[in-house]
Write a protein that binds this ligand. Structure first.
Ligand SMILES: NC(=O)c1ccc[n+]([C@@H]2O[C@H](COP(=O)([O-])OP(=O)(O)OC[C@H]3O[C@@H](n4cnc5c(N)ncnc54)[C@H](OP(=O)(O)O)[C@@H]3O)[C@@H](O)[C@H]2O)c1
Length: 260
């Protein structure tokens, strides 16, 4: 088999759906063997089977909640036994919209735990092994929300700013170990999460969902949302040897919506 990732093993959290699944497919096309994660075992196993059959690479599905330190330790140990894990994609995440004054502490905490503490748990567990092997790639799914402010999603933006911050600090700490750490920052990608937050935002703004979708499309240079595979291409590049001097960057994927 030929491909830029032949001989590599990648662990993609939240690899059962959406952007994570597209990244897993992008890696599989380039010959990587995969560990994919999510909580819903049925969806996870169906995706693993689909990727195995379509791309002919080994895929290990591991159901685990990435906010739970113990489950993460078990997941990384199992992945290492299958792997070892050369590439980690911290992709699992959630979005809950609310105006700041109406956020419940539970929702705010859920977003921070799911999007930030998860990155802490999984990355720390995986880095121990990468450091020993003096090789690794860590790719964190942040967002344009990690670079700017947005109405009605202060928890989400705070979490993604944190992911960008962790990426930059780890890039400095890990470079001496030949481990590169980058973040990917997409604008709105057409996934279940986007459908959820479009619906939440339309309620918060008092605008119909269709009208909101039309306005969002019209506001972008390409006139449409991002497709998950359009994020996956960048992740494949960052995981490959082509990106061997790329470190500590937060890559915007927004079709030119912003120039930051
Ligand atoms: N869609 C966008 O517009 C957009 C834009 C910028 C950045 N992002 C970021 O990109 C990443 C993926 O987003 P997406 O749109 O693909 O989301 P999605 O369609 O909702 O998929 C989320 C994935 O994460 C998993 N997941 C969520 N919480 C988890 C947990 N605690 N433990 C384990 N798995 C968990 C889900 O599986 P289970 O539900 O089975 O657990 C699923 O596989 C997120 O970090 C998101 O913030 C998304």
């Amino acid at each position: 088999m030929e491909g830029k990732l032949v001989g590599r093993t990648a662990l993609v959290t939240g690899g059962s759906r959406g952007i994570g699944k597209a990244i897993a497919e992008g890696f599989a096309k380039e010959g990587a063997q995969l560990v994919i994660n999510g909580r819903d075992i049925k969806v996870l196993e169906a995706s693993a089977q689909y990727i195995r059959e379509t791309y002919g690479v080994p895929v290990l599905p591991i159901a685990a909640d990435v906010t739970d330190e113990y489950q993460v330790k078990m997941m990384v140990a199992e992945a290492e036994a299958f792997g070892p894990v050369d590439v980690l994609v911290n992709n699992a995440g959630v979005h809950i919209a609310s105006s700041f004054l109406e956020y419940t502490f539970m929702d705010f905490k859920n977003v921070i735990e799911s999007n930030v503490y998860s990155v802490f748990h999984v990355t720390q567990a995986a880095l121990v092994h990468m450091v020993k092997r003096e090789y690794g790639r860590v790719i964190n799914l942040a967002s344009t929300a990690g670079k700017w402010g947005s109405r009605n999603q202060s928890a989400y933006n705070a979490s993604k700013h944190a992911v960008v911050g962790i990426t930059r600090c780890l890039a400095l700490e890990m470079a001496p170990h030949n481990i590169l750490v980058n973040a990917v920052c997409p604008w709105v990608v057409d996934t279940d999460m986007a459908k959820g937050f479009m619906s939440e935002h339309s309620k918060a703004l008092g605008v119909g969902e269709e009208e909101l979708a039309e306005k969002m499309n019209a506001s972008t240079p390409l006139g449409r949302l991002i497709k998950p595979r359009e994020v996956a291409g960048l992740a494949v590049y960052l995981a490959s040897d082509d990106a061997s001097y790329i470190n500590g960057q937060a890559w915007t994927v927004d079709g030119g919506y912003t120039m930051i």
